[in-house]
Write a protein that binds this ligand. Structure first.
Ligand SMILES: [Zn+2]
Length: 364
């Protein structure tokens, strides 16, 4: 049942083209999906979309996910089957052989392209690729690595864009689930822009102080599979990333929720790990003194990079890890009040207990 729901949303969602600074199609899909499920939405000047499930006045959980994926923006129109494009996101032509590219001109069939030359463009803060194209690409069009958007195996979901579409999909599942089951707990979701180019959407939100400082921020991301954090071993409670350690009391509360979920459902798996293969948006919120936590789904071919073969390939995630992720996010919402009680009670109080040989024990 959960698997069918996940795959149904994923099939539609993953077909939508996106790139850093070009998230408008994904944003329109999310806005429509959420408004049909009784949410209110707001788009800020940067293009970040906030979705509010129920009332948004009291301190609450705010999940953060990003709508972009490493990809291309055409920097000029095709002339005689040639044009150029900026590439944004952590990937380098010096380390990985490029794959074919697909561009998505508005209202027209996609156009195939191949990169023939790469150079750094410091002003645009991007790699600039010279392209040979099979048709007309216009300035500003979105390009993505040309892999199927949605391919299912027995265990894995393969896509040109798992990072962070999987995070977005899990939160759309949550909104659908809460609306269908008349769950009253308010929460919000921040769908951000240009994360892959430099976490710019989140920086804008934090700078604008548009989120209540009392809110607890939880980042939901795919994250590079590590030897200590394997794909298919369960959703990860991410204690930190390459930059920060998140708020310990928030992490502890997520672990308490995960343990009770596991006690009632032996099929559910989770891992508690430091995922330092990259930086997530919780780090920016931490720098602005928000209380933060994070979940991640282990990701294969992180940023379309096969690190062994040095090739550019589709990303993949375990379907079971995604389902575990959804289960944990729903349980977090069911137990939202624990996050705010936990904050008040974060300093332990010890009772002194004396043993008969003069031992002094300090127990909670
Ligand atoms: Zn990423």
């Amino acid at each position: 049942m959960l698997k069918e729901k996940l795959l149904k949303i994923a099939k539609d969602f993953l077909a939508i083209p996106t790139a850093p600074f070009r998230e408008h199609q994904i944003r329109a899909y999310i806005k429509d999906f959420c408004e049909k499920r009784n949410c209110t939405t707001n788009t800020d000047k940067y293009g970040n979309l906030s979705v509010f499930y129920k009332d948004n006045s009291a301190p609450q959980l705010s999940f953060v996910v990003h709508m972009d994926h490493p990809g291309f923006i055409a920097s000029e129109q095709t002339i005689e089957n040639t044009c150029s494009a900026y590439f944004y996101g952590v990937w380098s032509p010096e380390e990985f052989s490029a794959a074919p590219i697909l561009f998505f001109p508005d209202h027209l069939p996609p156009v195939h392209a191949t990169a023939t030359k790469w150079e750094k463009d410091f002003k645009a803060r991007a790699w600039k690729a010279t392209l040979t194209t099979s048709g007309i690409i216009n300035k500003g069009d979105i390009g993505m690595w040309d892999f199927p958007p949605f391919k299912i195996g027995t265990k894995f979901l393969h896509s040109r864009n798992c990072d962070d579409s999987i995070g977005c999909i899990l939160l759309l599942m949550l909104i659908d689930h809460c609306n269908q089951n008349n769950i009253c707990t308010p929460f919000s979701v921040l769908f951000t822009c240009a994360e892959e180019a430099g976490l710019y959407g989140t920086k804008f939100i934090c700078q604008q102080k548009s989120i209540n400082y009392e809110n607890v921020i939880i980042s939901i991301e795919t994250s590079k599979e590590l030897p200590i954090a394997k794909i298919h071993d369960g959703v990860i409670i991410r204690v930190g990333d390459a930059h920060s350690i998140f708020t310990p009391s928030v992490t502890d509360t997520i672990i308490t929720v995960a343990k009770s979920l596991k006690a009632n459902n032996p099929e559910f798996s989770f891992q508690r790990k430091l995922m330092d293969g990259g930086v997530c948006e919780a780090s920016i919120f931490s720098q602005f003194d928000y209380k933060t936590g994070a979940l991640s789904i282990p990701l294969g071919n992180y940023h379309n990079r096969n690190f062994e073969k040095r090739t550019t390939e589709a990303e993949y995630v375990s379907i079971k890890d995604c389902i575990d992720g959804f289960r944990l996010i729903s349980a977090i919402i069911e137990n939202q009040s624990l996050f705010f009680i936990a904050e008040k009670a974060s300093k332990p109080r010890y009772k002194v207990i004396k043993g008969e040989l003069g031992q002094v024990f300090l127990d909670k």
